[in-house]
Design a protein around this ligand. Structure first.
Ligand SMILES: Nc1ncnc2c1ncn2[C@@H]1O[C@H](COP(=O)(O)OP(=O)(O)OP(=O)(O)O)[C@@H](O)[C@H]1O
Ligand SMILES: [Mg+2]
Length: 262
């Protein structure tokens, strides 16, 4: 049987320049994978391509999720299928409160899941009371102040607060495969622990996670079974958790030397 998410020979161009050059990766629900790689190697390009960002053009290859090649699906279709991306640089949405934003996101997703084909999207919308309860629960999980919910999305949020908002979204949307793009960057030591513990509490046999990071530290909390190294648009090495430790110790020169056999 093939994996839940299968990325095959993925080639992606941005503004006419090829960034991903034949990337292969398989992730199952219930697994935690980490991707590490130098700046500019294509990690965020992979994340954005998985979500269907229009600036990222798939020129070759396939992305299989739940039995279909999702290349060509819109970001919201992918979200409804159960993919989620926590952005490296989350956007601000002035004028829209975090609570309203999250409710709209949850409803958009449920509308599809529960749709009985009669086009009645209201059918799947979450009752206000249930939404408030869920939000309260998830915010407590991430140790977020209740006042967060009424603030405009990311408007004036600190770097760490934005990252926490991303994970709150993940907690509310309950995806099947989640990509966390440098969720650890900008988090102070306590916040890193709290956010990681929040992610860990979301882990289940129904959730697969891809953690993109530069540092071993987040992997001390969110423990990956698989670590992949992305260099120049390709996964050049895969291994267990020890690979991240080795990388921290020896740097990317070691990977390059190992590859060329020097
Ligand atoms: N939207 C875009 N417009 C122009 N160039 C882009 C865009 N997205 C990515 N690139 C280019 O693609 C290359 C890979 O970028 P990407 O953001 O995927 O790297 P990364 O591995 O995530 O790096 P970092 O560790 O710094 O986050 C870079 O040269 C970058 O400038
Ligand atoms: Mg990046």
């Amino acid at each position: 049987m093939s994996a839940d998410l299968v990325i095959k020979n993925l080639h992606v161009s941005v503004e006419g320049q090829e960034i991903l050059k034949g990337l292969d990766l398989e992730i199952n629900k219930g697994e935690v994978h980490a991707i590490m790689g130098p700046n500019g190697s294509g990690k965020s390009t992979l994340a954005n391509t998985l979500m269907g960002h229009p600036a990222y053009e798939v020129t070759e290859g396939e992305i299989w999720f739940k039995g279909q090649n999702i290349v060509g699906l819109s970001p919201d279709q992918r979200s409804r299928l159960g993919l989620f991306l926590a952005f490296q640089y989350p956007s601000t949405i002035p004028g829209v409160s975090a609570a309203n934003f999250l409710r709209a996101a949850v409803n958009a997703q449920r509308g599809q899941h529960d749709a009985s084909g009669n086009g009645d999207r209201k059918k799947g919308s979450i009752p206000m009371r249930e939404f408030r309860q869920l939000l309260k629960e998830k915010m407590a999980l991430l140790k977020m102040e209740p006042s967060f919910a009424s603030r405009y999305v990311n408007d004036g949020f600190s770097g760490g607060e934005k990252k926490r908002m991303e994970i709150l979204q993940m907690a509310m949307l309950q995806p099947e495969i989640a990509v966390l793009d440098e969720t650890d960057s900008g988090l102070d030591i306590d916040a890193l622990r709290i956010v990681s513990e929040g992610v860990n509490q979301l882990l289940s046999p129904e959730l697969g996670v891809l953690v993109i990071t530069h540092y071993q530290r987040i992997l001390d909390y969110i423990k990956p079974e698989y670590v992949h190294i992305l260099v120049n648009g390709r996964i050049v090495m895969s291994g267990g958790p020890d690979l991240a430790l080795k990388l921290e110790e020896k740097g990317y020169e070691w990977v390059k030397e190992a590859l060329t056999g020097d």
